[in-house]
Design a protein around this ligand. Structure first.
Ligand code: AVJ
Ligand code: FE
Length: 416
């Protein structure tokens, strides 16, 4: 990852610029959204957008002001309102949270104070919070990740959002396997200065040979699975997956609709004929497993995924530039020859979210550790909505296997 920061003390102007850029992009994201939409509880699984806004400010105040300047909270009750562990997402619109103008003013004042603390800071490398500017990386990535969360809410609400048309109807290339030879590789990282605790420490893992597809599963291929009765054939589904499917009456990816001329998908307020060569998006872990079973394959483990992804550190469809996945092509290519490893869609893996050997929670257990266990599955690679500062080969995302409001797809694997 490029932090834009030198080896020694991080350059203050670069940190200020990064904080300002993140804040500008947050505000630009909600600029076209009116107050009614900002306070709406769009779904029980998402916060109202105005909560995300103030929560971004609360997190910045906590780490860049209160912790670094050893000061008191500006407003006591925010530790209850804006700590994500205090109230479930679905209840946040009923709390006495800030209004949109108040949230904007709060963000403004926190930014100003955080910059002042930074300007007076003496960078002390013996403090792990400050080494390589770690705590700034934490706050920046936190804000950028919330931008992606807010985009999920905007997509759910069908918000009239200005997005470029995605109308490329060309057919995708045929699926193709890449053979990853057996052998050890370095899994995770101990070097990237702004990596989260859950990506650390680096450790050598020896994997047997496996196959993984060069590209994520496309809309065309997923539609074949669907037309082939994929949602009705019990054997493609796990017990949990089948139960979920029946309960939720799922018969297609989220936002797909059947129209007279074929499948149409909604992207924000736009309905578009399904672009065949784009990676399928908005599928749950269960749907990912089922399409793999239909294809006679399986999901990669996250270890396999990361081994296959090594070297893919630039050139992905990231950072909302195209506001959706793009037709699969040679980009974000890894050393073994996989493409689209970063950006486009998050890829479900078969792995539960757990700590690597030697894991230590840092700087707080509630970022990663409290989520370790069997409930969540790991997603890798970032999506079109993920900022390049966050998307990296070692980055681990996680969610419940039933969730599909996230920008999620899948890449298939098989034993060698
Ligand atoms: C890594 C996306 C699962 O949203 O729960 C935001 C990121 N952590 N605020 C989440 C996060 C704290 C996290 N995910
Ligand atoms: Fe958060």
């Amino acid at each position: 990852m490029t932090t834009g920061i030198g080896e020694a003390a991080p350059a203050k102007q670069e940190l200020v610029a990064a904080l300002s850029r993140a804040r500008e992009t947050t505000l630009r994201l909600v600029e076209p959204v009116d107050d009614e939409q900002l306070v709406a509880q769009v779904s029980p699984v998402m916060s109202p957008l105005v909560w995300d806004l103030a929560h971004i400010g609360w997190f910045e105040e906590l780490w860049l002001i209160r912790r670094l300047a050893d000061s008191e909270p500006s407003i006591e009750r925010f530790d209850d309102l804006y700590d994500a562990f205090q109230h479930p997402r679905g209840e946040r619109s009923r709390l006495p949270i800030l209004t949109p103008p108040e949230a904007r003013a709060y963000l403004e004042s926190v930014h100003r104070d955080a910059v002042r603390v930074l300007e007076n800071m003496r960078f002390d490398d013996s403090d792990p919070l400050l080494r390589d500017g770690y705590v700034y990386g934490l706050v920046l990535q936190h804000e950028l990740q919330h931008q992606e969360t807010m985009l999920q809410t905007l997509q759910l609400s069908g918000s009239a959002y200005a997005t470029p048309a995605h109308d490329d109807l060309k057919a995708p290339p045929k699926p193709e396997d890449v053979l990853v030879p057996a052998g050890p590789f370095t899994f995770g990282t101990s070097e990237q200065p702004w990596a989260y605790d859950n990506e650390q420490p680096a450790h050598v893992v020896d994997l047997p040979a496996f196959r993984i597809e060069r590209l994520p599963v496309t809309n065309e291929r997923f539609a074949e699975f669907l037309e082939d009765g994929g949602y009705r054939k019990r054997s493609y589904w796990s017990d949990d997956g089948w139960e979920w499917l029946r309960e939720e009456r799922v018969f297609a990816p989220l936002y797909w609709q059947q129209a007279s001329g074929g499948w149409v998908r909604r992207r924000f307020a736009r309905s578009e004929p399904l672009p065949p060569a784009e990676p399928v998006q908005h599928i749950s872990f269960y749907e990912a497993e089922a399409v793999a079973a239909w294809a006679g394959k399986r999901l990669p483990t996250e270890t396999e995924w990361e081994k296959a992804a090594q070297g893919a550190d630039s050139g992905g469809n990231l950072g909302r530039e195209s506001f959706g996945p793009l037709p699969v092509a040679r980009r974000a290519a890894s050393r073994v020859g996989c493409d689209c490893m970063l950006g486009d869609v998050w890829e479900w893996t078969s792995s539960a979210f757990t700590g690597y050997p030697g894991f230590t929670a840092f700087p707080y257990a509630e970022y990663s550790e409290v989520f370790f266990g069997d409930e969540y599955r790991v997603l890798r690679g970032g999506s079109w909505a993920t900022d390049p500062l966050v998307a990296r080969v070692t980055f681990r995302n996680w969610d419940y296997p039933r969730r599909r409001q996230l920008f999620s797809g899948v890449r298939l694997a098989a034993d060698a």
